[in-house]
Ligand binder design. Structure first.
Ligand code: GUN
Length: 290
């Protein structure tokens, strides 16, 4: 294996330690701590795990966690009314509605009902627009975590060729915007891209966010490139068990890449750390506006 493994757990622990220290300072200064509300509709098993981890880490950082677990049949109107309450609640600095939502609910309408100042996921159209136009705002947690790791590993990213594999609103598009803001030459590749392999092989920075287990092979990676694997896919493992793999065939890619994130233990922990970083940023903004 040639590549250096980028340890997202260690990096995330550093961010969480900084957040925890700031939360203590806010408690001392204001007599209250920042609060994060997490809303889950339905019982999707993966979402339940994510929400549990988010709530646990929120409490570990000293912040207040408000959890709302709603029945899968909850109406859009009821969800919008909960969001309106949370928007007005001064104890709540950040609001996260876990995706995907059940099909009868219009996700875009729900996300845009969250106050942009409490939109710690950065999914509100106003925050997406701010990111696209280079204005300050709340930035989606997973791409932010990827960017922090990249800057830590590589320093100045300007002029590097970046290929983002995947065009979702949650990862691909904001990731591309962040890399462009760092003056990378950015390509967004997706399922219709012709000669995907050759496009990926051009990349100094390759971010894979497609949700297809081990799709990116070693032969797709430029020697020495930095590979960030956003995928978290559960696949059959040994002895009837399941295991987690990324969107990158790790062992093959690690033979070619200069640096690579593992799954698990790469991007995943950074997403939660950035969520709490965003909640802290929103709490500071609330103080400024108060
Ligand atoms: N579902 C998968 N990833 C995310 C995320 O980053 N935020 C929310 N709210 N839902 C998700």
């Amino acid at each position: 294996m040639a590549a250096k493994i980028i340890d997202g757990r260690v990096f995330a622990a550093g961010i969480l330690a900084e957040v925890t220290a700031e939360v203590s300072a806010i408690r001392a200064a204001r007599g209250r701590v920042p609060g994060l509300a997490v809303v889950l509709v339905g019982e999707d098993p993966a979402s339940q795990v994510y929400v549990r981890n988010k709530a646990r880490t929120t409490k570990e950082s000293g912040m207040e966690s408000f959890e709302y677990r709603l029945d899968v049949g909850t109406s859009e109107a009821a969800l919008l009314s909960l969001i309106a309450e949370l928007n007005d609640d001064p104890r709540v600095d950040g609001i996260l509605v876990q995706l995907p939502l059940p099909k009868h609910i219009d996700s875009a309408r729900v996300l845009d009902a969250i106050s942009p100042d409490k939109d710690v996921d950065g999914f509100h159209v106003l925050n997406a627009g701010r990111l696209a136009t280079g204005l300050p705002g709340l930035v989606p947690c997973t791409p932010l975590g990827c960017l922090l790791m990249l800057k830590h590993e590589l320093g100045d990213l300007s002029g590097l060729r970046a290929v983002v594999l995947g065009r979702s609103n949650i990862v691909g598009k904001p990731m591309a915007a962040l890399l462009l803001a760092e003056s990378c030459t950015v390509t967004i590749a997706h399922s219709r891209t012709r000669d995907l392999e050759a496009v990926c092989r051009e990349a100094d920075i390759l971010v894979a966010a497609v949700g297809r287990p081990e799709m990116v092979r070693g032969s797709w990676v430029k020697p020495g490139a930095t590979v960030i694997d956003v995928g978290i896919n559960r696949v059959p493992g040994d002895a009837g068990k399941t295991k987690l793999v990324g969107d990158v065939a790790f062992a093959e890619a690690a033979d070619v890449a200069g640096r690579i994130t593992p799954v698990p233990g790469g991007v995943g922990p950074m997403t939660i750390a950035c969520l709490l970083r965003n909640t802290l940023a929103a709490a500071k903004l609330a103080k400024i506006k108060a």
